[in-house]
Every structure is written in C-alpha cells, then in structure tokens.
Ligand binder design. Structure first.
Ligand code: BGP
Length: 471
C-alpha cells in the first residue's frame, strides 16, 4: 500500500555482498582440497569448469581490499567443506584451515563483518562414496562435526552463520546430492529423505553454535521465489497455495517450527515419499530455532492450476532444472506483466516486498537477504568503464522493496547483493555475470583475471556511504 512516510535504513544495517566457495575460489585441487559433487559435475563443454573460477583463493587480499574501499559492512561467503575435511569426515586438512583463518582475518581487519555459509552446494564426494551422502542418516553427524569444527576454529571472529544454502535446490537437483540426473521422479523421494536429514543436521548445528560461539547467530539461507496465482480463478489460487506450501515454506516450517506442514505432509504421503522420522528428530528441530532467516531472492513465478488428465497420474513431474509442472498440483507459466533476464528470470522487485512481508509474518524472525542480483552477458568496453545500468536499476528497485517491507514492520539485518565480483554462475558458466567488479576472463580464456570496477561498484559505494538515503 502507499504510505505517508517511509522509514530509513537503520544505522547498523549490514550492507553486504555475497559469494560461494566453488564459484569464486578456483584452486579446485590445491593445498589438499578434496573433491566435491560440484567438481564431479559433468558440465556442458561450452561452459567453464570450477578449476580457476575468479581465482579468489590466490587473490583474496586484493578482493577484500576492494570490498573495504567500497565500504562493505558485511561479506557473505562459504567455506568449502572439502578444504577442511577433504573426505567430508576423518582427517582435517591444516592448509584448508589456514586459508580460511587468513581470509577471515583479512575480512575482520578490513572492518567487515564475516557471514559464513557452512555448506553451499559443494558437498564432499567422499561422503557420497562412503555411504551415499545426505540420503543416509550418517550424514547428520558428519555435517554436525564439520560445523562444530568451524565454530570452534573461527567462532571467535565469525558471529553470523548460515547452515545450508538453498536446501530446496539440493533436494530437487540430483547431481547436488551426488546422483545422476536419470529417473528424476525416483530421485525426488531420495531428495525428500535427504531433506529430512539436512533439517535435523541444521537443527543440531544451531544447538552447537549456541553452545560454542559467544554472541553467535545462525539461520538457514533459503531460496524464495515469490509466487502468484496466474488468474483470479479459484483453481489457480488453490494451485498457488499448494505451491507456496510445498515449494516455499516446506523447509522453513521444519527449520523454524519443527513441523511438516499439512499440505506438504499429504503431498509426500500420497507419493510414498514421506521420509523416515526417528524419535527426537522433530523435537530437536523445535528446540533449536534459528536466530534469523536469510533468503535469496531473484525473481517471481506465476502459478496455474494443472488438473490431472488421461495422460498423467499423481506424481508425474516435469522439470526445468527445478520441478515446473506436476499434474494435479501446479504448473509454472510465464508472467505477461514482467520483463525477464536473458535467462528468463522474471524481474520483480514488488515480489521482494511481498516475500519479505510473508516471511516476517509467518516466522517472526529478523530477515537477512543473502543474495539478490542481476545476471547479464557483459564485455569490458575498449574505452571507459562497464556501465551496468540495468544492474543498478535492478538493485535500486529491490532495495526500495526492502525499505517498503521494513516500513510495514519487517525487521531486516542486512542485504547482500550477489555478487561482489564476477564468478561462475550455477549453470551458465562465466558468461552470466553478476558482479559489481568485473573479472577479466572469458568462458575458456583466463586472460589476466584483472579486477575492474563496474559502474555499479561506484553506485553501491555511494549507497552505503549514504546508508541508502536515496533508495
Ligand atoms: C543461487 C545460488 C548461487 C548463485 C545464484 C545465481 O541459487 O545460491 O550460488 O548461483 O543463485 O544463480 P545462477 O548462477 O544460476 O544464475
């Protein structure tokens, strides 16, 4: 709604930027690092592998200096589990431990608050080989041991922790669980079993963090696409409600309330996919509520009803990376009201206001945006700097949406744009850039990997300096 006055960003607002280890570090086989499921991923040959990425592993000092100059208050990054425990469990790798000690020291000395993701997609291949990874209950203890090691080692300097990045995208993408992409319908069942283990593991890690890190705060980093009913037909509204429960809230309800919501439970039961729940699992989740709720927001999606027909039975799912159509449940359709990125992600800043308000009202936890950004194909010009006005426009609108949500009562800890520097996209290689800082390489030619400030870098610096007054 339109309001008379709009609140300003609070003085302690964490203006930040984000990255993930496998997407920016490179050094994929250096200093004792073990293999992760991301290293094992068979990429389309037209897309680069994760071998060098943005070479942050070797250039982190230069990168942190750029962050300092930009005025960042927070840097959200992930620790590569396989640098610490190359096999996922067992022997610690001292060189990996040292790398993150150095990185964290550099960040703290620059006056920047570190926000650490414990696990961001790069699950140890060693655990997949030992017992099948997240689909086996042993995965819970191995995650908790790893998290405990991080709290004990870095908890003196790191006070903000994120348990698992975008768990929904692990659940629904078999390769992120270390499995092939074949027979995805069966993999959904395993995905929901893995989901249960991840929720128990996250709850146990929250407990450990509270025990071991003085003043530590910890929460999940979820993905949240705002969803809309495509029309005002009651059937579309119902499909939308179902999609919200089984795609957007199902993990957060487990994380924050320790419960399987009714719609999700029935969805799983009807498909014989309800996971084994042991005594104490739900109690553990209930007893260990997160301190805040972090979420990644890029786009919204439009949802229509998808009735059962003669060709489809309950459980027939179609996927475009993620589930996109399931007869008897919902289907994603194009939203005619929105523009989209080159990859079809529908740009919707109002959706961020709605998402923030829904999350705040449902869970009453302070919010932290851990990812928001604009992916584009970009080439550094012959003269001058790269003028990424589309990115500036995207971020300005989305920050304004945060302000509007705050105005209506939602509490925010901060906002981290994705990403500080160009890095490898989840599925589109180096050609899809998100950074405020350009990294001079192409998909297959490493060039000199020089860091160059885009126009958005200067824009963000000014936003931070003015504490978002002009947003
Ligand atoms: C999120 C992931 C990030 C990042 C981002 C952009 O899902 O947490 O790791 O990749 O999306 O996505 P993409 O790189 O596919 O454009």
């Amino acid at each position: 709604m339109q309001t008379k006055r709009i609140k300003e960003f609070p003085e302690n607002f964490l203006w930040g930027a984000s990255s993930a280890s496998f997407q920016c570090e490179g050094a994929a086989h250096e200093d004792g690092k073990g293999l992760s499921v991301m290293d094992m991923r068979k990429q389309d040959p037209s897309i680069c592998d994760f071998e060098v990425a943005s070479d942050h592993y070797h250039r982190y000092k230069e990168d942190i200096a750029l962050m300092k100059e930009c005025g960042l208050k927070a840097y959200r990054f992930s620790i590569a589990w396989t640098r610490i425990f190359p096999e996922g469990n067992g022997e610690v790798n001292p060189r990996g431990v040292e790398f993150y000690n150095n990185l964290i020291n550099e960040i703290v000395q620059a006056g920047i608050t570190p926000i650490v993701t414990i696990y961001h997609f790069d699950y140890p291949q060693g655990l997949v080989d030992q017992y099948g990874g997240w689909t086996d209950r042993r995965s819970i203890d191995d995650y908790v041991n790893y998290a405990e090691f991080l709290f004990r080692t870095y908890g003196d300097r790191v006070k903000y922790w994120l348990t698992i990045n975008e768990q929904d995208h692990v659940v629904h993408m078999p390769y992120r669980l270390g499995m092939s992409d074949e027979n995805r319908r069966e993999k959904e069942r395993l995905g929901f079993l893995a989901n249960h283990h991840m929720c128990v593991a996250a709850a146990k890690a929250i407990q450990k963090c509270h025990e071991l890190v003085p003043d530590g705060k910890i929460g999940p980093a979820t993905c949240f696409d705002m969803l809309y009913p495509t029309t005002n037909s009651p059937a579309d509204a119902l499909a939308w409600l179902d999609a919200m429960e089984i795609r957007n809230y199902y993990i957060l309800d487990l994380n924050c309330k320790g419960e399987y919501n009714g719609t999700f439970r029935k969805y799983l039961e009807d498909r014989d996919m309800f996971p084994e729940v042991l005594d104490g699992d739900m109690e553990c989740m209930k007893a260990n509520r997160p301190d805040f709720l972090a979420f990644n927001y890029y786009a919204s999606k439009s949802i229509s009803a998808c009735p059962l027909d003669d060709e489809h039975e309950i459980g027939d799912i179609e996927f475009q990376l993620l589930p996109s159509r399931e007869a008897g449940v919902y289907q994603v359709v194009k939203n005619q009201n929105l523009n989209a990125t080159l990859w079809g992600w529908e740009i919707d800043d109002i959706g961020l206001q709605s998402a923030s308000r829904l999350l705040w009202e449902r869970y009453r936890l302070p919010l932290l945006i851990t990812e928001n950004g604009f992916g584009n194909v970009e080439k550094w010009p012959e003269e001058g700097i790269l003028e990424d006005d589309d990115r500036i426009d995207y971020l300005t609108r989305h920050l304004h949406a945060v302000k509007e949500a705050m105005n209506l009562g939602a509490e925010f800890i901060g906002f981290c744009c994705w990403s500080f520097m160009d890095l490898i996209s989840g599925h589109s290689g180096f050609s899809k850039r998100y950074g405020l800082v350009y990294v001079n390489r192409t998909e297959h030619d490493l060039l000199d990997l020089e860091r160059r400030k885009k126009k958005s870098y200067y824009w963000y610096k000014n936003v931070i300096l003015n504490n978002g007054k002009d947003i």
